[in-house]
Design a protein around this ligand. Structure first.
Ligand SMILES: NC(=O)C1=CN([C@@H]2O[C@H](COP(=O)(O)OP(=O)(O)OC[C@H]3O[C@@H](n4cnc5c(N)ncnc54)[C@H](OP(=O)(O)O)[C@@H]3O)[C@@H](O)[C@H]2O)C=CC1
Ligand SMILES: Nc1c(N[C@@H]2O[C@H](COP(=O)(O)O)[C@@H](O)[C@H]2O)[nH]c(=O)[nH]c1=O
Length: 230
């Protein structure tokens, strides 16, 4: 059986732990230097996963921006962009969303068993629809990605996705960027929600790096023995 991918969770959050505010516009937590760092992390991954909520809210493209990094990927025999992956129970996805319409790389949609037929009809040839169980089990998603040859996975949110990967013990690394402001509204989306996490006051995660980058700080946590593996 193929090994599950090395899994890196990436997120920008406010001092008070929010990843967005309650407005329609996307909240920028990273600064320019950090967005460039995130681009580098993307360029080193085989696939990027976001939850369907993030697609609906942010309409992300999830591409590698830097022409140099794209060229380096091509020179390594890879597609210029990583595979895009999402998870949905409802199948409320817009086939015109940038997730589906930008980039040449493969798109994978893990949806609940009950919505597989609907999803295939809706997305047609824009994505490969995979039965993820009901509800979708992230362990199954991770194992299936491994079987498809994904060795390095970046999970770029949102909070519900991060919560499930962390609670399932599927995260090897967390890259958390703290922006120097407060959102101050408990209706805003959070970095994580309630969960039974493997780390507690009695079982602390390992802080691997603290990197100031202008006005933000990157905190890197090692969450498994696989931390740092290329
Ligand atoms: N600052 C940052 O770095 C980032 C911020 N964000 C922000 O996060 C917010 C979105 O986060 P959030 O609301 O938590 O949404 P998520 O992106 O985590 O997506 C949640 C959705 O994913 C689907 N899903 C998740 N788990 C399962 C499962 N086990 N089975 C079936 N479907 C599942 C469901 O879709 P469905 O409803 O279709 O069934 C669910 O509603 C946005 O405001 C965005 O801006 C997002 C990423 C990074
Ligand atoms: N706002 C925010 C992030 N948001 C993430 O970036 C995605 C947008 O990607 P793209 O459309 O490709 O530029 C978005 O959906 C979410 O996953 N990430 C960060 O590192 N820092 C930030 O401040």
């Amino acid at each position: 059986m193929a090994e599950r991918p090395y899994t890196l969770l990436s997120c920008g959050m406010s001092i008070d732990g929010y990843v967005d505010d309650t407005t329609q516009e996307r909240l920028l937590l990273s600064n320019d230097a950090d967005f460039d760092r995130v681009d580098e992390v993307r360029a080193q991954c085989d696939a990027i996963l976001v939850g369907a909520g993030t697609i609906r809210q942010d309409n992300p493209r999830l591409l590698v921006r830097s022409a140099t990094r794209r060229a380096e990927r091509i020179a390594r025999g890879e597609d210029p962009d990583p595979v895009k992956v999402t998870v949905t129970g409802s199948c409320h996805l817009d086939p015109g969303a940038s997730f589906f319409t930008t980039g040449e790389s493969a798109k994978l949609v893990y949806c609940a068993t009950s919505t597989v037929d609907e999803a295939r009809k809706l997305l047609d040839d824009r994505a490969t629809v995979v039965d993820g169980g009901d509800p979708v089990d992230v362990r199954r998603v991770s194992a299936d990605l491994g079987a498809r040859g994904i060795r390095r996975l970046m999970v770029e949110g949102g909070g519900h996705m991060h919560t499930q990967f962390l609670a399932a013990g599927l995260a090897d690394e967390l890259q958390l960027v703290v922006a120097p402001f407060f959102v101050g509204d408990s209706r805003a989306p959070r970095f994580v929600y309630d969960g039974d996490f493997p780390w507690s006051s009695g079982n602390r995660a390992t802080l691997a790096e603290v990197r100031p980058m202008g006005d933000v700080v990157l905190l890197r946590y090692a969450l498994s023995e696989r931390f740092g593996r290329p």
